[in-house]
Each structure stands twice: as structure tokens, then as C-alpha cells.
Ligand binder design. Structure first.
Ligand SMILES: [Zn+2]
Ligand SMILES: [Zn+2]
Length: 223
């Protein structure tokens, strides 16, 4: 059973159409996929509207949960709440924030804004996650990502240690932009164990946490 809440299509900088990405994920054994294209204030609505239609279409034809969403990327931290709100208004079922990865000049304060925002579901590749950020993520039910993507994954060990000590919940995501980036059970296991999680915790992160996140997202949809 595979889950992945952070992937990209050609609506931003991925290679595949939403339908092809979801099809390939389904064939790989995914049970759920979050399609979270890079968004800012100008494109958030049209990205979400297109993803809503394609995700619905795929769910009608294949046995996979396809979640339309966005990854709020390189936004000034004080604007994250407003753009997240706009994404929800357009029908986003998942909101990821592009966290402070060591690989890119993300504005400091982004992680903190993400874990404080009630509209945010996943803090992607948080980089040097602080104790304060980890505690707020745990308190507010924001899932913290262990990334399979090169560069972003450099700090997975620190994220696992600091997040784990604070009781934050992790998910493993591909951040896939290309079909070969999609997860396999072996890769997801390596990311979880390689971050330093012991075997029972790695299993929980790969099997139970995704179902917990899906329940949270379904609860949101009913509000
Ligand atoms: Zn990208
Ligand atoms: Zn991404």
C-alpha cells in the first residue's frame, strides 16, 4: 500500500498531465496521491480547479484516492494563510507548504507560518526543523514530511529526530516531478528507515499516518 501527498504535474514544473500522473501512481500500487502543484496568489485558483476536475475523473475510473491540492511555494510567510484560504475556496483537498529545504533560498519563517496555519495539512521538506516548529506541528496536527527528493532529503535525519521528540507525525512523500520519481514500497521504506526511524515507527509512518491524514482531510471536506 503506497501513499504520497506531494507530487507535481505540468500545471507547474512536473512532466506529466494530472491524469497520466494519477494513472501511473495507480499502476504502481498507490492507494492515494496528493497532487500539489506549485502555487502563488495568481495561479492558485486555476491550478486547483483543473486538478479538482481531473482528480474526480480519475477516481471515477480507477480505485485510487486522488487529492487535488497545491504546494504553496516561496511565498512570503505572512501571505501563506491567505493563499491557503484561496486554495480551499477553489476546492483544494490538500494544502502542502514548501518548507525551508536546505536546497533552496526559502524565506525564513516559512516553516513557522505553515505549522501555525489551520489550513495547512503538510509541511514539506522543512530543512532545519526547530523544536518550536516541531511542537506546533504536533499540536496543530500538521504532518511533517520526510522527503524522497534529492537535496530536500539532506535534513531528513534531523527532521526525524526533532519532530519525533516533539511528537509530530511524519509522512514520506516523493515530491515527484517525473514518473521515475514516484515511490515504490522499497524506496518509501528506505526513506523512513534512512531518516533514522526504527522499524515499528517506520511502519507506522508508512501505513497508519497516511490513513490518519486521509481521515483528517475527509473531515475537512465535510466542514
Ligand atoms: Zn517543483
Ligand atoms: Zn514539491
Amino acid at each position: 500500500m503506497l501513499y504520497d501527498f506531494h507530487t507535481h504535474t505540468f500545471l507547474s514544473d512536473g512532466e506529466l498531465s494530472p491524469v497520466e500522473l494519477i494513472r501511473r501512481a495507480y499502476v504502481r500500487g498507490y492507494r492515494a496521491i496528493g497532487v500539489a502543484d506549485h502555487a502563488g496568489p495568481g495561479n492558485v485558483e486555476w491550478i486547483v480547479k483543473q486538478l479538482v476536475e481531473d482528480c474526480r475523473f480519475c477516481e471515477r475510473h480507477w480505485d485510487i484516492q486522488a487529492l487535488p491540492g497545491v504546494e504553496l511555494t516561496h511565498l512570503p510567510p505572512s501571505t501563506i494563510g491567505d493563499v491557503a484560504h484561496a486554495a480551499r475556496g477553489a476546492g483544494a483537498k490538500i494544502v502542502v507548504v514548501h518548507g525551508e529545504t536546505p536546497a533552496e533560498p526559502v524565506e525564513p519563517g516559512t516553516n513557522l507560518a505553515a505549522v501555525r496555519c489551520p489550513q495547512v495539512d503538510v509541511l514539506g521538506h522543512p530543512g532545519m526543523l526547530s523544536e518550536e516548529e516541531a511542537h506546533l506541528a504536533a499540536e496543530n496536527g500538521v504532518f511533517v514530511e520526510l522527503s524522497a527528493r534529492r537535496g530536500h532529503s539532506l535534513t531528513n535525519g534531523l527532521v526525524a529526530r526533532v519532530g519525533g521528540a516533539a511528537g509530530a507525525r511524519f509522512v514520506v512523500d516523493s515530491d515527484g516531478h517525473h514518473p521515475d520519481d514516484l515511490l515504490t514500497p522499497q524506496l518509501a521504506w528506505k526513506v523512513a528507515r534512512g531518516a533514522g526511524l526504527d522499524e515499528p515507527t517506520a511502519r507506522e509512518v508508512l501505513e497508519q499516518n497516511p490513513e490518519r491524514l486521509l481521515l483528517k482531510l475527509a473531515g475537512r471536506a465535510r466542514l
